[in-house]
Write a protein that binds this ligand. Structure first.
Ligand code: IPM
Ligand code: MG
Length: 368
């Protein structure tokens, strides 16, 4: 019997309610497989700040350090509410970035996936969605502008100024590109390299390293695309993409656009992988406006569980079952109010009922 410790950080806003549904799925997976999960709940985000004065308190660090994997809900407050917390202690700067840095989770995998049957969720025309969208964005997660040195002050002319640094070394670039090439090799053997080398020197170095790494992957075709052009192409012809790789900020922006072409960020789970530790989280925020209303779809959280099963526990087949179970609930015509409008023909159910239906579907799947 395998035994894994999972740190469960429910987070803020809709975090606790979608995490509850993910836990239902984990419990069923224990019943169906030769595995036990020890769930270690811990405070993280604004809730942790209000309780401990720290969005990533030492008690949570200790739990995450000894966990085999971390399941993390969305964090953050509304723009107005954030003002209650000093800037550097706010959940994004005070918890999320420090977690990424601590565990060096440099490889962020964000599936942008919309089977044809779910094309009605997308704002794109059916002929653009075609046979469905199936992209994985690979985002570098611990470098670039988000982690570079920052400086603010008043300059010699008496003007307030800010300076942020975009820094990568060749090793950082190489390790993320290797992940992307390996993934492309397992999939369609096409890698879209997203960059801005017509302006940024960081992209020039990125592309230089890419040419070097590509030598070990002669079977993978590389297609270069400028990031601004990729943004357009994601709307006009998303089906041209399979694996896309890019630096941190490009990935932050394009992956949200990915959610946009699916119809909602609620359909965006993700995996953040380092050499020693991985954590799994929805790509979206904590949606304080709909928190506690039982209308948020738990797809991104349950999808993050599926990614955890595959990447941290080598349970690929059961991960696939979890994806299929969620698709089957949609295929039966059920949805939640955050994804669908009344009158759109879907049967609207709550967050908890959606989780229950995923559990029912998973129960009916062949055991592996
Ligand atoms: C994401 C989020 C984070 C990021 C925020 C919350 C700091 O937008 O994971 O995409 O910018 O990386
Ligand atoms: Mg983002």
């Amino acid at each position: 019997m395998k035994h894994y410790k999972i740190a469960v950080l429910a987070g803020d806003g809709i975090g606790p309610e979608i995490t509850r549904e993910a836990i239902k799925v984990l419990k069923l997976i224990e019943e169906r497989n030769d595995v036990t999960f020890e769930l270690l709940p811990a405070a993280f985000g604004a809730c942790a700040y209000f309780e401990f004065g720290d969005a990533f308190p030492p008690s949570t660090i200790e739990i995450c350090d000894r966990a085999d994997a971390i399941l993390k809900g969305p964090i953050g407050l509304s723009h107005e509410e954030s003002k209650q917390i000093p800037i550097d202690k706010q959940p994004e700067r005070g918890a999320l970035l420090p977690m990424r840095r601590r565990y060096n989770t440099y490889a962020n995998f964000r599936p942008v996936s919309l089977p044809k049957a779910l094309a009605h969720f997308s704002p794109l025309k059916p002929e653009i969605v075609g046979e469905g969208i199936d992209i994985i964005m690979v985002r570098e997660l611990v470098g670039g502008l988000y982690f570079g040195a920052k400086e603010t002050g008043v300059n010699e002319q008496g003007l307030r100024y800010v300076k942020e640094t975009l820094e990568y070394d060749e090793q950082q670039i190489k390790q993320i590109l290797l992940q992307a090439f390996k993934l492309a090799r397992k999939r369609k053997k096409v890698l879209h390299n997203i960059h801005k080398s017509n302006v940024l020197k960081s992209s020039v170095l990125w592309n230089e390293i890419l040419d070097e790494v590509a030598k070990d992957f002669p079977d993978v075709e590389v297609i270069h695309q400028l990031v601004d052009s990729a943004a357009t192409n994601l709307c006009l012809k998303p089906t041209q993409f399979d694996v896309m790789v890019m630096e941190n900020m490009f990935g932050d922006i394009l992956s949200d656009q990915g959610g946009g072409i699916l119809g909602s960020l609620g359909l965006m789970p993700s995996a953040c992988i380092g050499d020693e530790k991985a954590y799994y989280e929805p790509s979206h925020g904590s949606a304080p406006d709909i928190a506690g209303k039982n209308i948020a779809n738990p797809y991104s959280m349950i999808g993050s569980v599926a990614m955890m099963l595959e990447n941290s526990f080598a349970m690929e087949a059961e991960a696939k079952n979890v994806w299929n179970a969620m698709q089957a609930v949609f295929a039966d015509g059920f949805s939640t109010a955050d994804l669908s409008k009344p009158g759109s023909g879907v049967k609207m159910i709550g967050t908890d009922a959606f989780g229950d239906k995923v559990v029912e579907k998973l129960k009916a799947m062949p055991r592996v």
